[in-house]
Design a protein around this ligand. Structure first.
Ligand code: AMP
Ligand code: ZN
Length: 664
């Protein structure tokens, strides 16, 4: 086998495993073996870039960053659906359409997946692009992000139309959603509220590598195009399955509206057993010919109807209101309820959000309250059953002092939440900050977890992250469940973190509003913590993408004596509080202010290296050409449409050699 055949064979094999795992739910290889093969392919692709394939399974891990999403006009408009809420509504709809079409009408019943809609365009069997619904007429192109979703085929199977659009819904199954939230909570971050918003938020993340980490799925339900080779909705779903798409098996052919009602009743109960969220059923006329006869209103097809399930409600007693303190000091009131069954789970707690919410609902301890589970994972209280309120009931007084440290709470104008201002003395804040410091994206300290941090703080062994570096094995051995080996790992992990580069350490410090990207920007601009700590407000906001809010927060952080002292300690311990010499040597401002698009395959560098070179020299990598693009670095096999667009907009097209001269 020559190299090209070897690469092709590996790609095919990985595609098949992917399909078995993500579409058929039937793994045929261990995760480890899969990773090994993927690695092998990555290495080959890196060594032989001439065999680049934009649809290679290696690209599932993402990496492409999109700053501005292109607007794309949908070839076929993405309509919304008319809603119905009762049997009668559905029967009325049947009557209406029977007046328009002749003959027997069959229906397809599908679940209404609750996520973010997406339109995928395939050309000659490969994914050309993915576009969000937007306003239905035009949406945002989010191809780089969608490619990371394993259940979206990059290369179709079997026979397929030469070009078509396929519509579906990007969902975040409960399992994956809960795992993401566990990680967040362990870091002291607010959990995501519901899977739907998290799924739709994911589509617009700029960094596709971030999207790749989220366990999203794509469920398909409709094909649009010419010469598709089927004449009914039900057949089209089968066709989609044959091409390798994930189409839920629940979809059912109903011969009459009675069978439709049976489907609705069945799923009204069994929806709670599904791995992802549904908010109803979509009923569609099966025959495409009849669909055409029925046509569309200005906003929705006449041949389809959504049936919305009712959000489930129960009433129960409110036993107590407790208050939680987050990593940032934000206070969240929680309703503790008499346990009650709701939508398939036992509910004991409900969110009350903030003081305004409590006042608005006038909830009081002892009240009988109505609890609803909508799209949100944590149920909410929607009303009080006033008929059951006792005469001696008292209005709820919101707490004035922190439940953890008794400091008086503050509430800033425009903020819905109260805060505990005791930054250095309030336990949940101290613990949360250290948990953030050690987390995977920050210092990634091996052998140290969130619970151990809480133990260390509660045992008064540490009170801020710089104290970690003074811990000894003897200090931690007496802790609960701490064995010799784990104590050693912990100390080694802490020691190893001294090598973590400056930009990650800056993120780890937990300065409010300084996330990963901002930390990188600041590190690159100021190069040392000393320079950053002395920066004025005006200086800070002159840095690209640093706004008022971030600038104020940075200044506030460095005004604190305590923070300065902690940073001095980190310095003494040998942490990286400036960019490494190597990084500095490779960094210039030669491309400052320039926006550059990279396309095709290159001889002397990989695309990733090329992009890094652009960033290291102060330029911006952009994924699509616009009038703001300064250069298009063109490699081999660059798509002709990119060239045409660049020429039309007058963007300079340069070669790899030209580029290397630019940064010499
Ligand atoms: P609405 O946003 O309430 O107007 O409902 C229309 C949306 O429902 C579509 O844009 C789809 O994203 C979504 N949807 C979910 N499941 C289905 C399905 N099985 N068939 C059609 N649309 C669906
Ligand atoms: Zn406090």
């Amino acid at each position: 086998m020559n190299i090209e055949q070897q690469i092709t064979a590996l790609r095919d094999e990985l595609r098949t495993h992917n399909y078995n795992y993500y579409i058929l739910d039937n793994a045929t290889i261990s995760d480890y073996e899969f990773d090994m093969k993927l690695k092998e392919l990555q290495e080959l692709e890196h060594k032989y870039p001439e065999f680049y394939d934009p649809n290679s399974p290696t690209l599932r891990v993402g990496g492409e960053v999109t700053k501005n999403f292109n607007t794309i006009v949908h070839e076929h408009r993405m309509y919304s659906l008319d809603n119905s809420y009762s049997k009668e509504d559905l029967l009325d709809w049947e009557k209406r359409i029977k007046k328009i079409v002749d003959g027997q009408i069959e229906f397809v019943c599908e679940l209404k997946y609750d996520g973010a809609s997406i339109s995928l365009t395939y050309e000659n069997g490969t994914l050309l692009r993915a576009v969000t619904r937007g306003d239905g007429t035009q949406g945002d192109e989010v191809t780089a992000n969608i490619k990371t979703i394993r259940s979206v085929p990059l290369q179709l199977k079997g026979v397929y139309p030469s070009r078509f659009d396929i519509r579906g819904e990007i969902v975040l199954p409960f399992d994956g959603f809960n795992k993401m939230n566990e990680e967040r909570v362990a870091l002291g971050e607010e959990p995501y509220r519901n899977p739907r918003n998290t799924a739709s938020g994911s589509l617009k993340l700029q960094d596709s590598a971030e999207v790749a980490k989220r366990p999203l799925e794509c469920l398909l339900y409709s094909i649009k195009g010419k010469d598709l080779g089927f004449s009914s909705q039900f057949e089209s779903l089968d066709k989609a399955r044959e091409m390798g798409f994930k189409v839920p098996e629940a979809a059912t052919l109903a011969k009459s509206i009675d069978e439709v009602l049976e489907f609705v009743e069945y799923w009204n109960i069994h929806r709670h057993d599904l791995p992802y969220e549904t908010d109803g059923v979509v009923v569609k006329v099966n025959s495409l010919f009849q669909q055409e006869e029925l046509g569309y209103t200005s906003k929705a097809p006449r041949w389809a109807m959504a049936y919305k399930f009712k959000a489930e409600q129960v009433s129960t007693r409110l036993n107590e209101i407790t208050y939680q303190v987050g990593r940032t000091g934000a206070i969240t009131p929680v309703a503790n309820l008499e346990p009650v069954e709701l939508a398939g789970t036992t509910v004991k707690r409900a969110s009350l959000h903030n003081a305004d919410q409590i006042e608005k609902l006038d909830v009081r301890v002892g009240d009988e309250v109505f609890v609803e589970k909508g799209g949100e994972i944590i149920p909410k209280i929607i009303a009080v059953d006033l008929s059951k309120r006792t005469t001696n009931s008292q209005p709820t007084k919101y707490i004035t002092h922190c439940p953890e440290c008794e400091t008086e709470l503050i509430r800033q104008e425009g903020d819905a939440k109260h805060y505990c201002p005791n930054y250095n003395g309030c336990n949940p804040q101290i613990i949360g900050r250290i948990q953030h410091y050690i987390s995977r994206k920050a210092m990634d300290i091996e052998g140290l977890g969130g619970e151990t941090v809480a133990l260390l703080v509660n045992e008064k062994l540490i009170s801020n992250y710089s104290d970690l570096y003074t811990l000894t094995k003897e200090d931690v051995l007496p802790l609960e469940r701490m064995a010799e080996k784990s104590a050693e790992n912990l100390i080694n992990g802490i020691e190893a973190s001294k090598q973590i580069p400056f930009e990650r350490l800056l993120f780890a410090l937990g300065i409010r509003y300084v996330g990963e990207t901002v930390a990188k920007k600041l590190a690159k601009h100021y190069k040392t913590i000393d320079a950053l700590s002395k920066a004025s407000f005006d200086d800070l906001i002159s840095v690209d993408e640093i706004g008022d809010r971030i600038a104020e927060s940075v200044i506030e952080f460095f005004t604190s004596e305590k923070n300065i002292q902690i940073i001095e300690n980190l310095k003494l311990q040998g942490l990286q509080l400036e960019l490494s010499a190597e990084k500095l040597a490779n960094q210039t401002d030669k491309l400052k202010g320039l926006s550059i698009v990279v396309s095709g395959v290159f001889e002397s560098v990989s695309r990733t290296e090329l992009k890094k070179l652009i960033e290291d020299n102060g330029g911006k990598v952009s994924s699509s050409i616009s009038s703001k693009t300064n250069y298009l670095v063109a490699g081999d096999k660059m798509g002709p449409s990119k060239r045409t667009k660049a020429e039309a907009l007058g963007v300079s097209i340069i070669s790899e050699e030209d580029f290397l001269i630019l940064i010499k």
